[in-house]
Design a protein. Structure first.
Length: 243
């Protein structure tokens, strides 16, 4: 009788694929590789004052209790870091469950390549999810020409803060702290298109002492580059208002 040989390789392949999710996007973001059913991945090339350029990598998810590990893979296909799951921010929105954003600062190696970076997310049930972000390396300059100027004492409460536009930056965000209130952040702007921010009428007070900084980004919510690709953060600039 002639023996019939049946290859088991296709079955092993099928079983392995059952544990790997490589879908691009989810129901709310179809076709966007940053998303899948496990969460959202993004990585930025950051230029901050007084330190070497670095990556800011994040993965946000409602399924944080199921996450076992998050491994980062560069454009060459090499794992170069794992996210520390003890470092996260909690986001709570109305009528939505709690979300955690696992976020780490990762040193940028001396040798790097542009291309697709990936987050390999392993859940406690053994399933593996792959999300991807395209990284184009470069440096976005830091805002350093601001109005009011640093340590300026103003007679009147300013209605706007402004700065010289940064080449390559299409968007900005401003943060203000009250130095008399233990450095509490009292204002975070929405994402701005112009190199200025209009301040709420009741935000600042006479006799107040404040510091502020500007975050610049190249793009905003891009389907290929993510929330942004290149970002820079200015130093804190101080001003006061006479009493």
């Amino acid at each position: 009788m002639k023996k019939i040989r049946i290859s088991l390789l296709p079955w092993y392949f099928i079983l392995s694929m059952l544990t790997l999710s490589v879908h691009a996007g989810n129901a709310e973001h179809p076709g966007d590789t940053h998303y899948d059913d496990a969460g959202f991945f993004d990585i930025h090339v950051c230029n901050w004052p007084d330190r070497a350029p670095f990556y800011m990598a994040l993965f946000s998810t409602f399924r944080f209790n199921e996450v076992k590990s998050i491994e980062l893979i560069n454009a060459s296909g090499d794992q170069f870091a794992s996210l520390d799951l003890s470092k996260y921010r909690v986001i709570k929105a109305d009528k939505k469950p709690e979300k955690r954003v696992f976020i780490n600062q990762v040193a940028q190696p001396k040798k790097f390549a542009d291309g697709w970076f990936s987050a390999k997310v392993t859940l406690t049930d053994g399933t593996v999810h792959i999300t991807r972000d395209f990284v184009q390396h470069g440096l976005l300059s830091i805002v350093d020409d601001v109005q009011p100027t640093s340590h300026e004492q103003l007679i009147e409460i300013p209605k706007t803060l402004s700065w010289t536009p940064v080449a390559g930056a299409g968007y900005y965000q401003v943060f203000i702290k009250d130095k008399w209130d233990m450095g509490k952040v009292i204002f975070s702007s929405k994402i701005l298109h112009d190199a200025k921010v209009e301040l709420p009428d009741d935000l600042l007070e006479y006799g107040g002492n404040y510091v502020w900084q500007v975050h610049a980004r190249d793009v905003n919510e891009d389907i290929k580059l993510g929330d942004f690709n290149l970002g820079s953060l200015s130093s804190w600039y101080e001003f006061s208002v006479a009493d």
